[in-house]
Design a protein around this ligand. Sequence first.
Ligand code: HEC
Length: 120
Amino acid sequence: MNKQSTTVSQRLAAVFFCASVCVSFAGSVVAGGDPEAGKVASAVCSACHGADGNSTIPTNPKLAGQYESYLVHALKAYRSGERNNAIMSGFAANLTDQQIADLAAYFSSQESNLQTVIPK
Ligand code: HEC
């Protein structure tokens, strides 16, 4: 009886332990990007894309205000080679999923200076 109940509580403890690990693991996978961490990581990107993602160089796309999901998709595509660009492949190659999420959160939260031409 006593031995039996110990076994049951041990099993329950194992189940709860596993459940909490699984929940925290899932939490870290679905966690959104941290724009503050992205700002720090964006230092290397700023020479080409501008400090806030408003590139002033026509050959380097503006990232400010871009859809977050688009930035994540683009960076993962460069990283995997699905999108091939000699410059960006190198910069994306060693980014982790979390760094990509952080960078996307930062640039997407910046105000874009893109504008449409309004006819006079
Ligand atoms: C040496 C210049 C340079 C640096 C540094 C650089 N990029 Fe780029 N980036 C480019 C160029 C050029 C392109 C356009 C490539 C193409 O045609 O696919 C680009 C494209 C992109 C795109 C796709 C934009 C779009 O509209 O499709 C994203 C996202 C991006 N860069 C993010 C970053 C991030 C994040 C960093 C820093 C980790 C970074 N870049 C560093 C030059 C640079």
